[in-house]
Ligand binder design. Structure first.
Ligand SMILES: Cc1cc2nc3c(=O)[nH]c(=O)nc-3n(C[C@H](O)[C@H](O)[C@H](O)COP(=O)(O)OP(=O)(O)OC[C@H]3O[C@@H](n4cnc5c(N)ncnc54)[C@H](O)[C@@H]3O)c2cc1C
Length: 473
């Protein structure tokens, strides 16, 4: 049976059974249509709030499948989206009525301990990479929840527990394999297509379908010192001000964020069993014997509700510590703000708005940047925020689609109130409404935007990859 599919220009086209069968026959993977048994589960992504129905899901098993999928989409001028882990909160991995190029089956990781480097297929999760690098005492600096996808994380920056010591994930990227809108596989690196390589380090999914990333590896662990100290939320303003001063003098081997959780958590029986907290979280990846001393001030600042700090396995402990807090299927709406500095009145506002969260599962995470991330020049990669010292992620997390309005309103009000004090743009891995707002996307890149647009014109003049945080050619 033929299938009606949305075109790139928001019209419809009918693709015949013969054409679809020929396309499917050439794939190592498969294609799913809405009446296939696995379709419903294949269209689920991590954020339970996203409910999109693609016309076709192409489950790629090999980079040749990606090339075939891009050529198919181009031949029929179809609407397309790219799904790697499917974790971007905005749900841009899926498109309604178009074609999803699903890379989830391409998740191999190959480590070369001598270089040391790792080649990672684009469908891999952070945990796949940590598992493969752990035997060598090496790591790629990635995000803090091991089940999430590495492709979207990398293409939009990548912040985690090694941020200040090793930089963003993109600062450790050495080459990218990508299928362009012309359906050609090319490599981008410092030596091959260097302009494209520059753009891919922060420019997101605007330039083609990445099939694999090569990263430089850095030594870490196996044991590191981890701080997790919980103080009463009532002390949050003083706590954040203390942490700000502490981080200003902290070594680059210490990466940290401060969590504001303003509502008591409910137990299964409906009783409030966890107090509202402000928490200091930090990972020290320098010489192990120095770690206890380095994190001590965070533990002794005041009288904690709980102190869960101690030595921890980096790959299997620290990297998985928060996995259970972010189950798939829950509703999520996240936005973010960058700051050059946090003065006391900004902290007051952050804490004041954090106190109004609509769900006990929500939090505000204040990340300390600095170190190697800020040492990279603004023009060296497309990522625009090298001169900011803090990133604030506002995370509404809740159960039940009926509570969408209250929870998104909390995030929107928070961000609107703080926007005048912050820098332009957002962190596209916590994107808020950036998907639909060109000004916000432009603001993410500061002076790099004009160059990104030029590179977009070269690699995607028809704006095929327009579905996420679009840079128009
Ligand atoms: C629980 C949780 C914790 C998180 N923690 C952190 C953290 O600590 N640090 C941090 O920096 N971020 C963090 N994030 C954000 C996360 O990095 C982003 O959501 C990221 O986009 C996820 O990548 P993905 O591969 O799942 O993207 P997907 O949702 O699959 O894709 C999102 C978009 O990225 C683009 N894209 C993805 N893959 C490709 C590809 N192969 N080729 C071309 N374009 C592509 C496309 O435009 C696509 O629409 C977290 C997210 C979650 C859900």
């Amino acid at each position: 049976m033929s299938v009606k599919i949305a075109t790139l220009n928001d019209a419809w086209t009918e693709v015949s059974e013969t054409v679809l069968s020929d396309f499917a026959a050439g794939l190592e993977g498969d294609i799913l249509r809405s009446d296939d048994d696995e379709y419903e589960s294949a269209r689920l992504i991590w954020n339970g709030m996203i409910d999109r129905r693609p016309a076709l899901i192409v489950r790629c098993a090999h980079e040749n499948d990606v090339i075939a999928a891009v050529r198919f989409v181009r031949a029929h001028n179809l609407r397309v989206s790219v799904r790697a882990g499917g974790h971007n909160v905005a749900g841009k991995a899926l498109c309604d009525d178009g074609v999803v190029i699903d890379l989830g089956g391409m998740n191999g990781v190959e480590v070369n301990p001598d270089a040391p480097s790792a080649f990672v297929q684009a469908g891999a999760r952070l945990g796949d990479v940590d598992e493969a690098t752990r035997p060598y005492g090496l790591a790629v600096p990635v995000g803090v929840v091991s089940r999430t996808g590495i492709a979207g994380l990398t293409l939009h920056g990548g912040m985690g527990w090694l941020l200040r010591r090793d930089g963003l994930t993109i600062d450790n990227l050495t080459a990218v394999e990508i299928v362009t809108a012309a359906g050609k596989k090319i490599t981008a690196s410092a030596d091959a297509n260097p302009d494209l390589f520059w753009a891919l380090r922060g420019g997101g999914g605007n330039f083609g379908v990445v099939t694999g990333f090569e990263y430089r590896l850095n030594p870490v662990g196996p044991q590191v010192w981890f701080a997790a100290v919980l103080y009463p939320f009532a002390e949050a303003k003083r706590a954040v001000a203390f942490w700000r001063e502490f981080m200003a003098g902290a070594p680059v081997e210490l990466s940290s964020f401060c969590v504001l959780r303003s509502r008591p958590m409910q137990s299964a029986e409906g009783k409030a069993d966890r107090q509202p907290v402000v928490a200091f979280l930090a990972c020290y990846s320098g010489p192990f014997e120095r770690g206890e001393e380095i994190i001590r001030p965070l533990r002794e600042w005041s009288k904690p509700i709980a102190d869960l700090s101690g030595p921890m396995d980096y790959h299997l402990g620290v990297q998985r510590l928060f996995d259970k807090d972010y189950p798939p299927g829950r509703c999520y709406y996240w936005d973010s703000l960058f700051f050059k500095a946090l003065d006391d009145s900004t902290i007051d506002q952050i804490v004041g708005h954090a106190a109004n969260s609509a769900s006990p599962l929500s939090s505000v995470n204040v990340w300390a940047l600095g170190g190697v991330m800020n040492g990279v020049s603004a023009g060296d990669t497309a990522f625009g925020k090298r001169d900011c010292h803090f990133m604030v992620a506002v995370e509404a997390n809740w159960e039940g689609k009926e509570h969408v309005e209250a929870n998104t309103a909390w995030v929107v009000d928070f961000v609107d109130a703080l926007r005048p004090m912050s820098q332009a743009g957002v962190y596209l891995n916590f994107p808020g409404a950036a998907g639909g707002k060109e000004q916000l996307v432009k603001g993410c890149y500061d002076k790099n935007f004009a160059r990104l647009r030029k590179i977009k014109r070269h690699y995607d003049p028809d704006n095929v990859w327009r579905g996420s945080f679009n840079i128009r050619p």
